[in-house]
Ligand binder design. Structure first.
Ligand code: HPA
Ligand code: ZN
Length: 341
């Protein structure tokens, strides 16, 4: 084997073997075409597809909105508690296979409550799967409740109120859906209330939207992390701020490629951001729609960018540092990574 092949092979093994976290994952975006098909059959829901392959073939997107249109349609098959259990359980099994030991999962209540599904239906389904994964796999799982930014702030307030019986299951609040035209400032009041209730805060910003939206998320929402944030590189003073304050950016390489945020993986800026000492790490976003779970995202970097072992290890360690785990737990996982190298 040539030396470069041997290095590639070592890095591929490390990607699988290292304990990892995932910090940017929409549970509704982990709905695999087969499960979507099966649940449609179960409930007699008619889909705009004639087969599982037809669903897969439809996943060609030109931007965020073209994806979101199919993502919300796909979620229409999720109707009863067991559907939400199966959705969550399938993702957590995938985490276990890929050696993801901790995950912080976003869910979109309004996608379901707008269709008449009660909070208790999805929260109980999620809870059953999460408890099972904690028991069977020893995994830790946090939930992030995300508001849909194409809806009003009043709708987000209603969502926050409806979630009250489940506050003990929710670690953080997030902001997702159509970014352009829906800046963080639209949700300043509801996040202020969320913060007062003790939730941590994340927000999608700088995916399709400009660097100014990242500034708004920082200054107006007081975020603990930015989801995506890759367009921050367009503003040198923002880059300096993110570096100084080590505000994490939860980067999603395959998502950025599939939604045409970048035209080519070889042009992705994640390694440049890492070189500039920004707190970036790898995530899968909506794996069933974007063609890969966490390890496939790392592999996409390995196969298209000059990823070194040092950079890989830093990305994986960052995934723990930027998590909402207790400090001591982070320290233990990072020491475990060092012991494996
Ligand atoms: N961006 C915004 N909203 C989303 C995404 C995303 O990547 N995935 C699911 N909802
Ligand atoms: Zn996302």
């Amino acid at each position: 084997m040539s030396e470069s092949k041997a290095i590639q092979s070592r890095l591929e093994s490390l990607i699988q073997a290292l304990p990892k976290t995932e910090l940017h994952l929409h549970i509704e975006g982990s709905l695999e075409p087969q499960l979507m098909w099966d649940l449609a059959q179960k409930h007699g829901v008619s889909l705009a597809y004639s087969s599982v392959d037809d669903i897969k073939d439809a996943y060609q997107f030109e931007d965020l909105q073209s994806f979101l249109d199919l993502y919300y349609q796909g979620a229409s098959v999720l109707l009863d508690e067991d559907d939400f259990y199966q959705l969550m359980w399938a993702y957590l099994c995938k985490c276990n296979e890929q050696h993801v030991v901790h995950t912080e999962i976003m869910f979109d209540p309004q996608t379901h409550t707008e269709r008449g599904i009660e909070f208790s239906v999805f929260m109980k389904g999620f809870e059953r799967a999460i408890k099972q994964a904690e028991n069977e796999f020893g995994m830790s799982v946090y939930l992030i409740m995300s508001f849909l930014r194409h809806l009003s702030e009043d709708s987000a307030f209603a969502c926050l109120a409806q979630a009250k019986p489940y506050y003990n299951m929710i670690k953080a609040l997030g902001l997702d859906s159509s970014e352009l035209g829906n800046p963080p400032s639209k949700f300043e009041r509801v996040f202020k209330q969320g913060k007062e209730l003790g939730f941590l805060i994340v927000a999608h910003a700088g995916e399709e939207g400009p660097a100014d939206y990242v500034w708004e998320a920082i200054r107006l929402l007081d975020v603990d992390r930015i989801d995506h944030g890759v367009r921050s590189s367009e503003d040198p003073s923002l880059m300096e701020y993110l570096k100084t304050h080590q505000i994490p950016l939860t980067v999603c390489p395959l998502s950025n490629l599939k939604l045409c945020v970048v035209n080519d993986m070889a042009q992705h800026n994640i390694l440049d951001l890492l070189d500039m000492d920004l707190m970036v790490m790898v995530n899968s976003d909506d794996p069933s729609y974007f063609g890969g779970y966490l390890n496939e995202n790392y592999l996409a970097l390995l196969h298209n960018l000059p990823l070194t072992e040092k950079a890989l290890v830093k990305l994986v360690k960052n995934s723990f540092s930027a998590s909402f785990l207790p400090k001591e737990t982070k320290r233990e996982w990072i020491a475990k990574i060092d012991s494996l190298l």
